[in-house]
Design a protein around this ligand. Structure first.
Ligand code: AGP
Length: 325
């Protein structure tokens, strides 16, 4: 048994944890964020995808927020940029990644308030933070982050819904129902994974875009596949040129015209909305609930594909769990 699939299964417990525990730190975080003059949100890899997701959520709350790769943080935030009254929000599973630590030190040095969302209590990042939020995903063994990423997204939602706890619980209940259905349809996801062509492009709009990015990253890490991720319609503005019958297209967001157009170029265009809502019969609840279910789907897709290829998804040959170099 691989850790990756065990950790994906543990995501159900994580949903329960967020439904039952009232998160006081989320209210504190939202107050801070709303009082600030905008947020710079950062992370690497999977944690960057969480940063992107939170920045989209905060825009929905009328908070100006910009996602920045932690590895680019010091270069992007040059001498002209003022951190005065800005909130720096840093995501990290480990809290020890060198890029995130240097972003935290850089922000602190410039007088910014640092908030972190981290999976390891007492980590270097948590200790450097003015506000430290811990994702209760527990120790994650697989190099491919899964449950910790769900924790990052749920903590982001917990901040977003800090003043609407009932709505958050209702949403989590719906996600849990969908989660159980998707887990039961594992064999169908396995078949989809086995039929993927050697290269995959994932397309998603709104909250589905960071999910598409995460799916592309998971397939790279666990299966060494060539993958791309684009906002759905953005793919038409040039990148479409790469498409041929060696590419699968996984469309996360409903765009019928795009689907029709791309189906003329690739024989393997998959519509994730059709899969989860029509085939799996999961009732649509909201864009947010859908985005979380799609995270689960792309995680399972990567897992099954890796197993099909005879690869160990827990230990990609060229990666380590924490990048400190
Ligand atoms: C996730 O599957 C990867 N192992 C990688 O992208 C990771 O998210 C990145 O290196 C950041 O790590 P951190 O979250 O521990 O800071």
């Amino acid at each position: 048994m691989h850790y990756m699939i065990e950790e994906i299964r543990e995501e159900k417990d994580l949903l329960d944890k967020y439904s039952t525990e009232h998160k006081k730190d989320s209210e504190l975080a939202l107050n801070h964020i709303e009082k600030s003059n905008g947020c710079i949100i950062s992370g690497n890899g999977t944690s960057y995808n969480a940063a992107y997701y939170l920045s989209l959520l905060l825009l929905k709350r009328d908070v100006l927020s910009v996602p920045v790769f932690a590895s680019e943080f010091n270069k992007f935030m040059n001498a002209e940029f003022s951190f005065k009254n800005r909130e720096v929000i840093l995501f990290s599973q480990s809290g020890e990644t060198s890029d995130i630590i240097s972003a935290a030190n850089f922000g602190k040095g410039k007088g910014a308030s640092i908030m972190s969302i981290c999976n390891v209590p007492g980590s270097s990042l948590s200790r450097l933070s003015d506000i430290s939020i811990i994702t209760p995903a527990g120790h994650e063994k697989s190099v491919a982050a899964t449950k910790s990423h769900l924790g990052q997204l749920l903590s982001s939602l917990s901040i977003y819904f800090a003043r609407e706890p009932d709505e958050f619980r209702k949403l989590l209940g719906k996600v849990k129902e969908g989660f159980e259905v998707i887990m039961k349809r594992g064999n169908e996801i396995k078949t989809i994974a086995e039929r993927l062509l050697p290269k995959v492009v994932l397309l998603g709009s709104g909250l589905d875009y960071p999910v598409a990015r995460e799916g592309a990253l998971k397939l790279k890490e666990t299966c060494s596949m060539i993958t791309e991720a684009y906002p759905t319609r953005e793919f038409l503005h040039g990148p479409k040129q790469i498409l041929d019958d060696s590419w699968s297209v996984l469309i996360l967001s409903n765009e019928e015209e795009v689907k029709q157009e791309l189906s003329k170029l690739s024989r393997n265009v998959l519509d994730l909305n059709a899969i989860i809502h029509e085939e799996f019969k999961i009732r649509f609840h909201s864009e947010i609930a859908d985005s979380i279910l799609k995270v689960l789907f792309v995680q399972l897709l990567s897992y099954y594909r890796a197993v099909f290829l005879g690869l160990d998804p827990d230990k990609p040959s060229k990666l380590t769990k924490v990048i400190t170099s």
